[in-house]
Design a protein around this ligand. Structure first.
Ligand code: FES
Length: 124
């Protein structure tokens, strides 16, 4: 599944077809800068994070849209294997153990998720 693109800091993600333990990744462009993020569904709830490892400046999925450990119990950085809790973004193992992914503000509407990316997370 390819990244959802947005031309501003608000990203709209359709809820239709968003399965349990599914993920949608997105990329927003704002004032010539870019931010990446993703949203994951666990126990019927949605959690959105910046798509950026806490250890090195790379995306967790290394651009291939794979965000999970094999058992889908954790999110995983595919560079060095750091593992993060789905519902908190807390890193439980790996080089950045004890750090947390940056959560993104998420509002759930009837048919879509409205995710807001703070301006500070946009980079050249
Ligand atoms: S870059 Fe993510 S764990 Fe090293």
């Amino acid at each position: 599944m390819s990244r959802i693109k947005s031309k501003n800091p608000i990203v709209l993600v359709p809820k239709k077809g968003f399965e349990e333990l599914g993920v949608r990744s997105f990329e927003a462009t704002y004032r010539g800068k870019i931010a990446q993020g993703f949203v994951v569904k666990k126990n019927g709830k949605f959690f959105a994070y910046q798509n950026l490892c806490k250890h090195l400046p790379v995306t967790l999925d290394l651009e291939d849209d794979k965000f999970f450990t094999h058992d889908k119990a954790h999110l995983q950085c595919h560079m060095h294997g750091a593992m993060f809790e789905l519902d908190s973004g807390f890193c439980v193992a790996g080089p950045c153990q004890g750090a947390s992914l940056n959560p993104l503000e998420l509002k759930e509407e009837d048919t879509r998720l409205v995710i807001k990316i703070p301006e500070a997370l946009f980079e050249e």
